[in-house]
Design a protein around this ligand. Sequence first.
Ligand code: COI
Length: 435
Amino acid sequence: MRLSALARRPGKLWDGHSCSRRALTSAANTSFYRNRLLETYADKPTSRLSLRQLVFYGRAMNEDRLIKSANYVRTELPVRIAHRIRNMQSLPYVVVTNDEVAKVYELYWKAFDRFRTYPTITTLAENDAFCQFLHELLDEHLPVIPHLFLGLSLASPYMEPEVLDSFMRRMLVSRISRRVLAQHHIALSDSLAGRDGESPEDHVGIIYTQLNARESVEKCASILRQRPHDIDADAAQELKSATWPEVIVDGHLETRFSYIKEHFEYMVFELLKNSMRFTRLHHRDADIPPPIRVTVVAGTNDIHIRISDQGGGLLTTDIRQPTDLFSFSHTRNATRMASTRLQSLRDVVEYQGGVNATIEEQVQRWKRLAEIKSEEASKNWRQDIHPRIGLGLPMSNVFARYFGGELELVSLDGWGTDVYLRLPKLGTNLEGIEV
Ligand code: COI
């Protein structure tokens, strides 16, 4: 049964609004018209952008261009959201009625309605109000990923792996794209108003035009080495005084390129976190585990990052090929339905809200959670602060592909893993078609 059948059921309607039985008939009619309205947006193509366009447009910013940017975001986001609502409507009934998926569906309808009815922006003061509105929505949508991930993990037995993975990829790419447009516009507005306090040479909106790959790798490595507890609390406890792997960076050390720093550092952080954990555990008896080597290469068109570890490789009885680690389906990656994973995801949904913040925000969240945990120590605290939910690799894959890059994992079983991250250097690729 499809989602539209929900409109005939009392209680919760397909458009996400609660409804009494008596109001059902008129609400079902309303739903029909609302769906017609959705179609008028979902039938429009999205207007995809490249990194280079975002930089060029943002570079020569003035009031007039900022207002145009605001109205582009105002009119583009409801189209992108409508496409995803339509995707959700085509999910099997048993999937979309799952509480977690239904929460995301409701959030998307609400955001769609709010954008659709938002008045045209004509002045800087109106743009400030619009930025405030974007901030609120960005916050409100922080839990979208854990909800979706939990919902689709539970729904995995009812969906073919290809269908589930393609649905999730679309949802995630599209979400990244919407957040990029909203955050970029807010950052451009802050720059024009002199509110961002950063040097304008370094960035245009949220895009860093001189991003130093080595510095980002070293920053992620240093945060991780200082916080072994946050990589794996059990391993850190077991190997109390152990040293965690050193990270050696080589290659083209002066490489700089234009990219969204938050995305680049998210990927490097998650990849290094895995390498550190596996290396430490694979060499649990060694005083000093072998280092992780990160090689940065600036090619003609692409930046390449290779991360080589000696963590023993990736393949297990649950994971038969490295790409299974990107899959959300339990038939490809049995850990998706493992009860400890599902419980961790429930904890994240219940206590931690969103998962993909900047690494600085993530560290702040770790610190806050550690404080809460110590205050609550005497109470019945059952939450693991750093539950391993298995989202780092699939999210990194989606981030890499968003502007036409690629993430490849090569497992040298019994020895270690080589991770290859390729990112286009010229910024001319359009956002992926899934936006
Ligand atoms: C999301 O984070 O899912 C969004 O769609 C953000 C957007 C409403 C600004």
